[in-house]
Design a binder for this molecule. Sequence first.
Ligand SMILES: [Zn+2]
Ligand SMILES: [Zn+2]
Length: 367
Amino acid sequence: MSKDYYAALGVEKNATQDEIKKAFRKKAHKYHPDKATGDEAKFKEVNEAYQVLGDEGKRQQYDQFGSNFDQQGGFGGGAGWEDFMNAARGGGGFGNGGVQFDFGGIDLGDLFGFGGGRSRSRGKARGRDVQMDIEITFEEAVFGVEKELKVQKNNACDVCDGKGAEPGSTTKTCDECKGQGQVTRVQQTMFGPMQSAHTCNICHGTGSVPEKTCKHCGGDGTVRSESKFTVKIPAGIDNGQSIRLSGKGEFPGTGGVAGDMYVVVHVKESKQFERKGSDIYLDLEVSYPQAVLGDTIEIDTLEGKKKFVVPSGTKSHQEFRLRGLGIERLQRSGKGDMFVTVIVYIPKKVSKKAKKLIEELQSELEK
Ligand SMILES: [Zn+2]
Ligand SMILES: [Zn+2]
């Protein structure tokens, strides 16, 4: 059966690449499995259609031969999906405060997020990555904190340890693949017979199956349950940065490996300090006499109260740098700095006496 990729994307046969790209984005957003409107089957269909129609060469072949071509390893059927998802995952790398993936000229960051999706054709199935968001205080971000998290997800069955076998049960060679873990199919294509290998879907590539399946999970090796774990948030973490906990994502079932957990940290703002990277900023209001004559004022720092000397003759908005009183630098040693901006406070109303004194001062300064 030939698939109608144009219908899958809802575009005309003569659609431009731009129209195809737009249609794909729209549909992929709609059917993304993490969305309320999600539909994994539709999502894959849309993706498959785009992989073909989004590439002029493949589109021409498709127009000529139909999609039967692609099911025989030309595109889509083989490593396509896995490569696609790997690209979307971007190797799990997170920069400072954001994820940007790039694939085929389309920014998939917003589209796929931390999209899991099983890799089907190569090696072991990998469970979905899980994202969790946590909010911490400014102080917790500065000094580091440990948080206990709870999440409902697919975990390895604790009775059979994810293997799908009743404890104590022996295993036997998988009949389907004769213990190879892979099944080879030969299909007739327009290029002649072609062989393609697929992971055995009975033993999931392990080559053996249990004599008796685990009653707790029904042999899947996975159960939905609540996991609790502690995440160590390092001192110096900034808003939007995330921590990857390798292997704490979902377990895909027998023969698979768990995905990763991404804990995205949201840091509440401080009432006193403004933060830029590892530096902090404090505004300090002083009176005109304090600015002119100088003064020693107690200020809040991350290390508690400290005496700060306002030198005589300080201008309003003059900035002072207090080295090493900032926030610990992540992945580097040392701390950032603290910047104190002295702001000369001008009162709106003054007492009669103060007014008189200021007028005297004014005439004195004019001399
Ligand atoms: Zn089990
Ligand atoms: Zn097998």
